[in-house]
Design a protein around this ligand. Structure first.
Ligand SMILES: [Ca+2]
Ligand SMILES: [Ca+2]
Length: 226
């Protein structure tokens, strides 16, 4: 029986392509578990709250956002959670992709709520963005730990934390909740998948084509010998 041989050039191409396309889900930024349930900020009406971060040297696609909330019932409250570009160290009005899908909540208790991406939320490398937590109807509480008790927990992940920013005038101006008299560390996590950079993919294809060309030359040389 004839043994099936995988073309070395094709094998190299496949291996490199799968290597470059290997995506991994990661915590882009977060501060779970919460230190305590001491504080909260009301989202709704003119009140909204955002957190900034800068992506590392790689593009990402946001998969979901987890927020620790209370007084959120899906029958009465409509959160508006999205990722926005930066405008002079404050959220701009430019939304990346669409608003996230609001989870169901039958009760007002404290819970960790997953907001799933509604389609692609693509983030560029080395770029500052804002996750904005707003409401288009009703109101709810974004739970926060008291950062002085027992110690501060700066959000960490693949991205670099910027700052929290709260607005009492529907985004016209923002205040920092971590300068006196505020000490809020709002509990959240942004989950994202690293996207392979186009330069890596084209490099992989280039190497595979070189390997294929080398293989063909070897075959031609072999045929000349025989
Ligand atoms: Ca409510
Ligand atoms: Ca608002």
């Amino acid at each position: 029986m004839k043994k099936l041989h995988l073309h070395p050039g094709l094998a190299a191409f496949g291996a490199l392509l799968s290597l470059s396309a290997a995506a991994h889900a990661a915590i882009l930024l977060g501060n779970y578990p919460q230190i305590n349930n001491n504080l909260s900020f009301s989202i709704g009406g003119q009140f909204q709250l955002a957190v900034s971060f800068t992506t590392p040297n790689q593009p990402y696609d946001v998969d979901s956002i987890t927020l620790r909330l209370s007084d959120y019932t899906s029958a009465l409250d409509t959160p508006a959670v999205g990722i926005y570009t930066d405008n002079a160290d404050a959220p701009s009005t430019t939304l990346i992709g669409a608003l996230f899908t609001n989870p169901n909540s039958p009760s007002t208790g404290i819970n960790d709520f997953p907001f799933n991406a509604n389609g692609s939320v693509p983030l560029s490398a080395n770029t500052k963005y804002w996750m904005l937590v707003d409401a288009s109807a009703g109101s709810f509480l974004w739970r926060a730990s008291d950062s002085d008790n027992p110690n501060p927990r700066t959000p960490t992940g693949d991205a670099t934390f910027g700052r929290f920013a709260l607005s009492f005038d529907n985004g016209a101006s923002y205040n920092d909740p971590n300068t006196a008299p505020y000490n809020f560390l709002h509990t959240f996590q942004i989950n994202a998948t690293a996207v392979p950079e186009p330069v890596h993919v084209s490099l992989a294809i280039g190497i595979a084509l070189l390997a294929f060309a080398f293989y063909r030359r070897m075959m031609v040389a072999k045929r000349r010998e025989t």
